[in-house]
Every structure is written in C-alpha cells, then in structure tokens.
Write a protein that binds this ligand. Structure first.
Ligand code: NAI
Ligand code: MG
Length: 355
C-alpha cells in the first residue's frame, strides 16, 4: 500500500536522526512491498531562517494532507535569544493545536541489553519492561482558566482543572484501542478520592470500558501509581491519565529505560492520524558530529507503522532489529559502556537496516 508521510527534519540532530529513520522505512518498504512517499516540510529554527516563521502555513497544510507526520526535533542555541512567542519550539504547540493531537503516547520500554542503565533493581525489571503511558494532551489544568486574586492571606493564584465527558471519552477510547493491540490491560490514573474532575474521569473511563469486554480495567490514584511504577512496574501495560498526571508519570516511566536517545513518542488525533517524534530535543551540543542515537526516531517510525498504518508485523521487525543491534553490543556514545562496540549515527542506522 501507499502511505504519505510529512517529514519535518527540524534543527540540530533532527536531520541526522530522521535521515536514518527514513532509511529504515525504505528498508521496510522494500521488504514488505509498501510505498512510503515523503513530503519534506520546514518547521522550527530552519523555518525561521528560510521564511521568517517557525510554522509556515504550507507545513500545516502538508501535515494535514499526509497520513502521518515524522518530526526530528526543533530549536537550538542560534534562536535562544528570540522572545518566547517567536522561538522554534512554538512550532510544536502550533502543530498539536492545528492537527488536534489530543493523545500523547509514550512507551517506556526497557531493552534487556540495556538493563545496566536501569536505575531499578534487576529482579524488579527482569525480562524487560514494556509500558505505554497515554496522556491527555489538550485539556485539564494546563488549559483551564487561570488568574490571580487578592485574599486575606495575600495575593492568590489559581489554575482550574476541568475535563468534559467527550474529552475523557476520546482519550479513553485511544487507550482501550491501544490495549487491544497489546496485552489487553488498562490502568486509569486519577485522584478520584479528592477531585471532582477525577470522579467524572473515572465514571467516563468505566463507561468506555464496557465496549471493550476483553480488556481488564484497573483504577489507581496518582500517588499510588507513582509509587507502583518503581515498586512493581511489570503490573502495568497501558496507563491512561490526564494532562498533568501524565506529564509527570511519563517522565517517571521514561527514566526506567536509561537514555533519552532511546525514547520514541506519538501524538494522536482522531482517526489514527498521528505525529511521531523522539522524546529528546535537537541536542545542539552534539549536532553534526555523527554522535546522536537515532534509535528514538527509528522506534518512533515503528509506532507510526503500528498505530497509524496498522502494520504491526513491520513495526515488530523494526523493534526487533533495534533489540538485535543492542544485543550484539553496538552502542552510540550516549548508551556506551566498556567492552561494547562504539558506533556513530549512520552506522547505527545501517546496522538496524541490515537486521
Ligand atoms: P535535548 O534532549 O536536546 O538534549 C539533552 C541532552 O541529551 C544533551 O546532552 C544531548 O546531547 C543529549 N541527547 C539528546 N538526544 C540525544 C540523542 N538522540 N542521542 C544522544 N544524546 C542525545 O534537550 P535540551 O538540551 O534541553 O534542548 C536542546 C534544544 O532542543 C532546545 O532548543 C530545546 O528547546 C529543544 N527541544 C526540542 C524538543 C522537540 O523538538 N520535541 C524537545 C525538547 C527540547
Ligand atoms: Mg514533562
């Protein structure tokens, strides 16, 4: 089949890691007889330099016309002195809004070969880990009413946590759909013992669960979830939660995997459309030196195949190739340990394609 992918190389190491990810996609296309059509578009600092704005309308249009978006990273020292609303990173918020990306998906995968880098005790993570955090991205306290007012205790500030039924429903559906493609378990995280918004959250998630009789649903309070994630992370498969809890939990979960160079992510809209990108930034300190780890971006393309295109066999092939390359002892500098074989960005990409 033919798939259209808008490609935002971006700044810093973005073009380097995206370059390797496209080689991996080309390898998949050849082996499984698909056609991936890439439309390169500008966003971030390179767009500011070329056309004077970080997110040109042409980029938004091309992304909307595509089946999925692959993004490297944006930003860098060169643009750090620009005022906040003119900076390259604004392109990310603009893309989320324009493309209506309401679900942020961050897997925390621990590869056996990298178990050394995991801060948890070996017996807790034995056999590896594979958790996905599904975070609501466009609602909750980060988008609620905010302000200040005078009180008897001095100036007060407030931010409102608010969720509407439809907002909870769509993120719950995303999580349950994902669970159906995985191990059929969802843990919904809230603070329903205290927050009214969490009680609505819990009620709606429970209703959505009725459409997925094969999936086991469990509810946890956020404080307990944060604790369980380090105490016994293997109990989790898909975690679904609101914007602020998800922000914190996804960072906590990601630390289990060791390096930021290994972490992929997806931001999904209705109808399986998604934007896929590594969790890391543009790493200006190592840009242009063939030192960046391309695996986070390569694993992001695996997520694209799995979640937007429904190509799970192909996605497995990419993830297994990454695992094999690691198991054979190849390491980019960020995950290098003594006795391993040090490789650069391009060589890491080539090895993954070969596998
Ligand atoms: P960063 O993630 O770019 O770098 C943090 C540290 O991790 C650096 O030492 C870097 O060398 C290392 N690192 C990151 N990715 C790596 C990879 N693939 N392989 C090996 N090492 C890697 O975060 P930082 O330094 O805070 O931000 C740099 C720029 O990126 C800033 O302009 C920031 O605003 C932007 N940024 C962009 C994001 C995006 O496009 N989604 C996300 C985060 C930051
Ligand atoms: Mg965060």
């Amino acid at each position: 089949m033919k798939y259209n992918i808008a490609v935002i190389h971006g700044d810093g190491i973005g073009p380097e890691v995206v370059g390797e990810a496209l080689k991996v996609l080309d390898t998949i296309a050849e082996k499984y007889h698909h056609e991936f059509v890439y439309t390169p578009v500008l966003a971030g600092g390179c767009a500011i330099d070329a056309v004077g704005e970080c997110l040109p309308q042409a980029t938004i249009d091309a992304c909307k016309a595509a089946d999925a978006v692959l993004l490297g990273a944006v930003g860098g020292w060169k643009w750090d002195t620009l005022p906040g609303d003119k900076r390259p990173e604004r392109a990310l918020l603009g893309l989320r809004k324009e493309l209506e990306l309401f679900a942020n998906i961050r897997p925390a995968m621990l590869f056996d070969a990298l178990a050394d880098a995991c801060p948890l005790k070996p017996e807790i993570v034995e056999g590896g880990l594979d958790i996905v955090v599904v975070r609501e991205l466009t609602g909750g306290i980060y988008f609620g009413e905010r302000g200040t007012k005078d009180t008897e205790l001095g100036l007060a500030a407030y931010d409102v946590e608010q969720y509407a039924e439809e907002e909870v429903k769509r993120i719950a559906v995303t999580a349950f759909d994902m669970a159906m493609k995985r191990n059929k378990k969802v843990t919904s995280v809230d603070k329903a013992n205290v927050l009214e918004s969490s009680r609505l959250w819990r009620r709606v998630v429970t209703e959505v669960a009725k459409d997925y009789p094969e999936v086991t649903l469990e509810h946890l309070y956020i404080d307990n979830a944060a604790m369980q994630l380090v105490r016994n992370p293997k109990q989790f498969d898909v975690i679904v939660t609101g914007n602020i809890f998800g922000d914190i939990l996804s960072d906590e979960a990601s630390m289990i995997t060791g390096s930021i160079g290994m972490l992929p992510s997806a931001s999904l809209a209705k109808g399986n459309f998604g934007m896929y990108e590594p969790v890391h930034g543009s790493a200006p300190d190592i840009a242009g030196q063939d030192k960046a780890n391309p695996m986070a971006t390569i694993l992001s393309t695996a997520m694209m195949l799995r979640y937007t295109f429904g190509l799970s066999e192909e996605a497995d092939a990419i993830e297994n190739a990454v695992k094999t390359v690691l198991a054979k002892g190849y390491r980019t500098p960020d995950i290098y340990t003594e006795g391993m074989t040090l490789v650069g960005t391009k060589e890491a990409g080539r090895l993954i394609c070969a596998e």
